[in-house]
Design a protein around this ligand. Sequence first.
Ligand SMILES: NC(=O)c1ccc[n+]([C@@H]2O[C@H](COP(=O)([O-])OP(=O)(O)OC[C@H]3O[C@@H](n4cnc5c(N)ncnc54)[C@H](OP(=O)(O)O)[C@@H]3O)[C@@H](O)[C@H]2O)c1
Length: 294
Amino acid sequence: MNLVAGATGLLGSEICRILAAAGKPVRGLVRASSDPAKVEKLRSAGVGLVEGDLKDRSSLDAACQGVTTLIDTVSSSTFSRRSGDSIATVDLQGQFNLEDAARAAGVRRFIFVSFPAVPEDFPLQRAKRAAERHLIESGLTFTILQPAFITEVWLSPAAGFDAANAKARIYGSGRNKISWISCQDVAAFAVGCIDHPAARNAVIRLGGPEALSPAEVVRIFEETTGRKFTVEYVSEDKLRQQKAIAQDPLQQSLAGLTLYYALGDVIDMRKTLKTFPVPLTKVADYARGAKSLD
Ligand SMILES: NC(=O)c1ccc[n+]([C@@H]2O[C@H](COP(=O)([O-])OP(=O)(O)OC[C@H]3O[C@@H](n4cnc5c(N)ncnc54)[C@H](OP(=O)(O)O)[C@@H]3O)[C@@H](O)[C@H]2O)c1
């Protein structure tokens, strides 16, 4: 049995969909507070459901019974946040709880979706690094996936990229290249890792098929939509100021992540693709069919 934690999320729901469509047994971890429409979509796709919360260890012990592979996409810091959820309770202690519950239940493979080491210090990065270390030291067979920038998140209105209204917010100069990767492709890698020997006890950085600067991305959207974009730049200095004055861990982390965007990150996928031949989605393909997260 495969258990997907974060099953209602952008990435987790896609992993559930792929597994169910392939006829593989899949159970999604959901919460009583999860969006009922998302839960119903999972149910109608043939995904089994189990209730659990990363803040509640006993619920995780129950959810992990009979599980061979656990795919963990949970985060409190993207779009889902309920009362009591925070980086400390979910991304840090909650991840420890899930890893410990998986180990106690005899789960054979734990696939954790993290992100690459960022040359900035902020609470979410500390939590991800600590969760990775805890997993590596747990004795579980692990795969740590480190996608860089998920296209559907960073090129969406939620991140200031509003293609429908031809408006883009760019963090930094817009010249540093980023390996944007589609959430469908991250999901395909996660599923491809389940039984793959090369994914045993491996840390895999994930990027898309080509590194593009934000300015190049805007040009691709302009060519695809035939509309001139209005672009607002947020300078690196301004981002550093925002990070320095941010009061809470979430705001500090969002500022840290936008600084990461400003610095750029190029991930060479040639070697990884030889082992995991996932056909990667180009930003131009996304621009043609861009779906809004808002
Ligand atoms: N965005 C990027 O560019 C990027 C890049 C690299 C890595 N990542 C990582 O990719 C992962 C998936 O991101 P995403 O965009 O799919 O996130 P998302 O859409 O916000 O989904 C988060 C999921 O976590 C669940 N969750 C949150 N708190 C929980 C708790 N206390 N107990 C149980 N479940 C909880 C949510 O469930 P509910 O529906 O019940 O709230 C939801 O299913 C995250 O770990 C993120 O850090 C993202």
